[in-house]
Design a protein around this ligand. Sequence first.
Ligand code: URA
Length: 232
Amino acid sequence: MDEARVLRAAKQQLETAKLMGVDFTPISEAALGASGGSPGRAKQEKAKALAELRTEHDATCPHCTVVTGHTQTVFGEGAPDAALMFIGEAPGAEEDRTGKPFVGRSGQLLEQMLKAMGLSREEVYIANVLKSRPPNNATPTSDEMAKCAPFLSRQVAIIEPAVIVTLGKPAAQWILGSREAMGKLRGVWHEYEGVPVMPTFHPAYLLRAYTPENRRLVWSDLQQAMKRLRPA
Ligand code: URA
């Protein structure tokens, strides 16, 4: 390891300990790059396919074209060929205002988690099961998800991530077609359309219950995802 990498690793160790309240476990350098995904379609092709899907979604989604109360849809953002994709529940107020996923308080914590992993938002892809803000921030119903989520499936098919991390119960349950509780689903590998899925707690839950134990569990889930992306 050269000096710069040693320094970077030491800095990350400090940040991780500070943010997650856990010991740092080194991950390989550049655990994933934007091009770390499949060698399939080129990045530009994927960006174009995502832009087309977004246009189609905004014009035809049976959920988002009918519900009212949101100011704009929040399609998702990040590297079109990301190896790591995060899937949350639905946009909140700040996401609705900006059109970007995970930019409110939960988003700030997600960014800290990414930082602890040695990653940035630009290196991963972040999306939600529902692409418009539910009135009163209500938890998405299965009917709403059934209407909007086929677009998420197509998003996943375009991005071809190597690993998906779901954030919170609605995303985990929808992706896995399960009714199990988070306590049972998280921390264990599952699969969606051939892609390994690691469910973990939603950052909003972590903010409500910011205990050392919950932080340790989330960090352990994220570490499993990193290991899967780049086995040592
Ligand atoms: N919570 C989510 O599930 N998604 C967002 O984009 C923001 C908050």
